[in-house]
Design a protein around this ligand. Structure first.
Ligand code: HEM
Length: 451
């Protein structure tokens, strides 16, 4: 069985300028092969010191510490500020804690069940948009998961005027932001000019203008008692239990912007890779399709009837974690593995490396969903949604969405890889394929038992 695609790592020793240039192109292939098995690595440049942690105990020490000990650095998030303002993703300290107290209840498991009908409607619409023949599945997945966000957050499909405006502006933003990606992982000194800045600012402004309209319309509906019971209404009417205060209008736009960015890019990346893995593993595909048919046949079915499908999605998030690396800053001097970590150092946690660490995982580069069925998987080395206080609040939402979409797609379509070169993973804002992911689709005969 051929292994799922993995970027070719760089040679062991290269001069700093070559490393930085490779880094700028793609942070995954810029790293040397031996990093996968390292417990920790230190990078020294004239501008910053950076420590990559690659063993579960050390990673937990950082992620589970008090948030003030390893905050997100302003420099790391600076590129996202024009779009996200003071959204929960970029804030720290008391402001961040308050935002989580307001947001988290909307994503509790019991509440999530209420979003399933909207997710199912989005999955049905997305499956109906597929056609036989060759399909570039990443673009399809981005559109589909943006639709999920609009339907679950604002009860409108992506065809709605304001939703379409956000989606179009967002695509323009993505085209203008590659330098943000570099800015996010390489803390450039302040004097380095930020290229593309004007274009990025304009695109961010357009997205926010459309979000302002969506939020304002919802405020009116809440005031008039006509608002649907969706995520936006729940978050906009929630108050912080400690202060009794909710989000103001501008703050709500910030939060909607991060739900849209964090919630659709990541899910789209995972969904596209999962479909590619199913296309290249027909046995797993048939199992998922059989679960999907049973699920769709029963309108009251719960997601718990999709255990294999969920394991396929889990395994996809291991091999292609949409957020490949997370960056924190040491608020004070620390010691890691006996080495001095000066105050202000960058601390990098890399799900990409941890998930493929050969000291922790059997067959680290292989696709094996069955590893999740028993006790075999080292769950402490699995961090697609991060961990600790800043864990992704959308993790349950994303797992439900992933399983649901895989069930809907495979129940209706048989997938094969297109006759092209295998996709090459690269890290843009999320882990994507360099030139798209092409699949060959043929309709399944719904009546026939093909397992
Ligand atoms: C497969 C899909 C997803 C993956 C892999 C994912 C992964 C992550 C990760 C790793 C983080 C931590 C980032 C860091 O600390 O630097 C994060 C944070 C976040 N995610 Fe997700 N996410 C997904 C889907 C979603 C969805 C669907 C939503 C909301 C609808 C969401 C909302 C957020 C928010 C608001 C944060 C910031 C939390 C904080 O800083 O306190 N994510 N996500």
């Amino acid at each position: 069985m051929t292994l799922p695609p993995k970027p070719v790592p760089r040679r062991r020793r290269v001069p700093l300028w070559r490393h930085l240039r490779a880094f700028r192109r793609d942070i995954l292939s810029a790293q040397p092969a031996h990093l996968y098995a390292a417990k920790m690595a230190e990078f020294r440049t004239p501008f910053f010191r950076s420590f990559l942690l690659n063993e579960p105990e050390l990673v937990a020490e950082v992620l589970k510490a008090r948030p003030g000990d390893f905050p997100k650095s302003d420099r790391v998030t600076e590129g996202l500020r024009p779009l996200l303002g003071d959204a929960v993703f970029v804030t720290n300290g008391a402001a961040w804690a308050r935002q989580r107290r307001i947001i988290d209840p909307a994503f509790e498991t019991a509440r999530l069940a209420a979003t399933l009908p909207a997710m199912r409607a989005a999955a049905e619409a997305a499956v109906a948009r597929l056609a036989p023949g060759e399909v570039e599945i990443e673009a399809w997945a981005s559109h589909a998961t943006a639709d999920v966000i609009f339907r679950t957050l604002f009860s409108v499909p992506i065809e709605h005027r304001l939703a379409a405006a956000v989606y179009d502006a967002f695509r323009a933003y993505q085209r203008s932001q590659p330098i943000l990606n570099l800015g996010a992982f390489l803390p450039l000194p302040r004097w380095v000019p930020r290229l593309h800045r004007r274009r990025t600012l304009r695109a961010a402004g357009e997205i926010r203008a459309a979000l302002v309209d969506l939020v304002a319309a919802r405020r009116d509906a809440i005031a008039g008692g006509t608002a649907p019971d969706d995520l936006a209404t729940r978050i906009m009417t929630a108050v912080d239990p400690e202060t009794g205060q909710g989000f103001g209008a501008e703050e709500m736009v910030d939060q909607v912007a991060i739900f849209f960015l964090a919630g659709h890019e990541t899910s789209a990346a995972a969904l596209a890779w999962a479909l590619y893995l199913l296309a290249t593993h027909p046995g797993a595909q048939e199992e998922v399709a059989a679960e999907g048919r049973a699920f769709l046949a029963d309108p009251g079915a719960r997601l718990s009837v999709l255990p294999r499908t969920r394991d396929v999605f889990r395994e996809t998030l291991r091999l292609y974690p949409p957020v490949p690396m997370m960056v924190r800053q040491a608020a004070r001097a620390e010691r890691f593995r006996g080495r001095r970590v000066p105050r202000g150092s960058q601390v990098v946690i890399s799900p990409w490396h941890l998930h493929r660490n050969p000291r922790l995982w059997r067959d680290p580069d292989g696709f094996d969903p069955s590893r999740w069925a028993g006790e075999g998987a080292p769950r402490e080395a699995y961090l697609p949604f991060s961990a600790g206080p800043r864990v992704c609040p959308g993790a349950g939402f994303a797992m439900a969405e992933g399983a649901l979409f895989l069930a809907h797609v495979t129940a209706a379509w048989r997938l094969l890889p297109a006759t092209r070169a295998a996709p090459v993973p690269v890290a843009h804002l999320t882990v994507r394929s360099q030139d798209g992911i092409f699949l060959e689709l043929s309709p399944r005969d719904r009546g026939a038992d093909v397992t």
